[in-house]
Ligand binder design. Structure first.
Ligand SMILES: *[C@@H]1O[C@H](CO)[C@@H](O)[C@H](O)[C@H]1NC(C)=O
Length: 245
């Protein structure tokens, strides 16, 4: 441990330490596809592409800041609608946060009342809960043996598979209405790249990587920030003096 060792691993030997571990709990859904669980050349292609597309859609720039400000207004509005009654902030925060990445990957934000959107966010919540159960953790240790048995460690598979199916439907909608000259979102850009590279046998731009990378971005752009905000809420409630009315 220590600064020197961490720097040596993550900076000086970044290549050797860039590997993603094998995670049996999600292996059945991902099989090493999608930017988050990929390794080597596949990871390199998907990472480079994802960064470029996210940046082209404004990530890290002024345009995404404006989108966030706009979404913050919707969030405040929904807080006001609670009329000062107590409420669970979980889905207030996750809907708002998720809408920022949704604008990029799906081309638009979802209405807060959208049933399908809420059910996707609930699935995401459940999947994190499932990953943290003793069952799943046990499965990660003894997968070679437990994979032959049914049981609660299989629940996460069905949740993630439902989420993938949602994305599969969105991809089909995009495909049917695609205009190669004006990509609307991440999915369009990926479809265009698939077409460009269809003669290239070592291309990683295929439907599997499209669906699973989109699922990765949707997850990563939702859970991280909304959990952090929720935790911030908790800290503010515990230390109301820092609010400084
Ligand atoms: C899931 O949602 C519940 C509230 O409905 C919340 O208490 C819990 O912390 C959430 N879990 C995650 C991982 O987001």
């Amino acid at each position: 441990c220590g600064h020197e060792a961490v720097k040596e691993a993550l900076v000086d030997q970044a290549e050797e330490f860039s590997g993603r571990a094998h995670i049996p709990t999600v292996e059945k859904n991902f099989h090493g596809f999608g930017v988050v669980f990929a390794n080597g050349e596949r990871w390199r292609q998907l990472r480079r592409f994802s960064l470029t597309v996210l940046r082209n859609f404004g990530m890290g720039k002024k345009s995404i800041e404006e989108r966030i400000q706009e979404e913050a207004q919707f969030l405040l509005e929904s807080f006001r609608n609670t009329k000062a009654e107590p409420f669970d902030p979980t889905y207030f925060l996750s809907r708002a946060v998720s809408n920022v990445i949704c604008s990029i990957v799906f081309g638009d934000r979802f209405d807060y009342e959208d049933k399908e959107f809420l059910s996707l966010l609930q699935m995401m919540n459940e999947s994190f809960r499932e990953i943290s159960t003793p069952w799943s953790q046990f499965y990660d240790m003894y997968a070679d043996f437990l994979k032959y048995f049914p049981g609660p460690h299989m629940k996460i598979y069905y949740i993630l598979e439902d989420m993938r199916k949602f994305i599969e439907r969105r991809v089909k909608q995009n495909q049917a209405t695609l205009d190669a000259n004006s990509p609307r979102d991440f999915i369009d850009c990926f479809l265009i790249q698939m077409e460009k590279e269809k003669q290239n046998p070592s291309s990683e731009f295929n439907t599997k990587n499209l669906e699973l990378t989109t699922l990765n971005l949707f997850f990563a752009g939702t859970e991280t920030v909304s959990s952090t905000l929720r935790y911030g809420f908790l800290l503010l409630m515990k230390h109301p003096e820092v609010l400084g009315n």
